[in-house]
Design a protein around this ligand. Structure first.
Ligand SMILES: [Zn+2]
Length: 335
């Protein structure tokens, strides 16, 4: 099966109350860790590439490694552009073989966001020169930092805008802002409370906004960005082995699990992979200062990524065991 767009995935995810994990990929070990976990759990995957990842790794390398992942695993996999910021970038990804793109016009005025998103959708849905490519738009802005996307303060999605936006642009899915945030420092300590262990507890997600959006757009797939949970065991390993990440804080997994059972069909996870990767490498060097073979420490990074992803697939996203039903839906849609 070739790489697929997100239509069959979101159709099934919406209907059956789970979400597809969208994991950011930057190198071979990250891709392998994710795909090994998904293979064991028979789960669908969205592997997403940011502009920063394209610049770091070269788009062709990443594209070919994701194609290899599909070939090796046989899983339903979408190759998605994360935070496309221009028509030209989206077009370049579509022409290069991506099966899904995000156009993030959320920093623009509402009218300019509509116009840019519509232009990308028209190109992506025109099947003269390429298959149907699914497009994700965004309304509302997330706080935090992710690669080249950075906002000091976020603004919640306004439910009264979503019908107009989706109708005018024709997007296939919509990223909304309900209190998630990019990066490993999602909230300042003063925005949080602390639990009995002194760990920061962030303000709860705005499920009222998610519910209002879902009521306006029944059956329409919603996307959550900035949805890492920042596992404290990794933060502790990092800090115990020479790192310095005080007060790193993420979104509690129970809230993401709840969102996945609702209209949220795609949950983006990047920081948790980075933390697993870094914890693996720092611990490896602390225990084996004599090692200098990258396979030794990158192997530990890859093993941690696999552990993180297995946990997400089974305990948070609920998409473990769903690969077959998505392949069946894909085949039905593409008869
Ligand atoms: Zn994002």
């Amino acid at each position: 099966m070739p790489l697929m767009n997100t239509k069959a995935m979101f159709d099934q995810a919406y209907k059956h109350g789970y979400a597809i994990g969208a994991f950011n990929v930057n190198n071979m070990e990250i891709i392998q860790g994710i795909v090994e976990a998904a293979t064991e759990e028979k789960a669908p995957l969205i592997l997403q590439v940011s502009k920063g990842a394209r610049n770091y790794a070269n788009p062709v390398y990443l594209q070919k490694m994701v194609e290899a992942a599909e070939k090796v695993s046989g899983l339903p996999i979408a190759l998605h552009l994360d935070h496309g910021d221009s028509f030209e970038l989206c077009k370049s990804c579509i022409d290069g073989g991506f099966t899904s793109v995000m156009i993030d016009g959320s920093a623009l005025s509402y009218e300019d966001n509509v116009a840019l998103t519509k232009k990308v959708v028209e190109y992506a849905h025109d099947t003269t020169n390429h298959p149907y490519i699914t497009v994700e738009g965004e309304l509302g802005t997330l706080a935090g930092i992710e690669d080249e996307v950075s906002h000091a303060v976020g603004s919640y999605t306004r439910p009264e805008e979503v019908i107009d936006f989706v109708t005018k642009t024709g997007v296939d899915s919509l990223a909304i802002a309900i209190g998630t945030s990019h990066g490993a420092y999602k909230f300042k300590p003063e925005q949080c409370t602390r639990d009995e262990n002194g760990v920061l507890v962030p303000p709860p997600l705005r499920f009222d906004i998610l519910e209002a959006v879902s009521e306006k757009l029944p059956g329409f797939p919603i996307v959550l960005h900035g949805s890492s949970s920042v596992p404290q065991e990794f933060v502790q390993i990092i800090n115990a082995n020479g790192g310095k990440m005080p007060d790193a804080v993420g979104i509690p997994e129970a809230q993401l699990r709840k969102a996945a059972t609702m209209s949220v069909c795609k949950i983006n996870i990047d920081s948790d992979l980075r933390l697993g990767c870094t914890a693996g490498i720092r611990k490896h060097f602390a225990e084996h200062p004599e090692h200098f073979d990258p396979r030794q420490y990158l192997g530990d990074a890859r093993a941690n990524i696999k552990t993180v992803v297995k946990h997400k697939l089974t305990e948070v996203l609920g998409c473990a065991g769903k690969a077959d039903e998505i392949i069946a839906k894909y085949n039905e849609m593409n008869k």
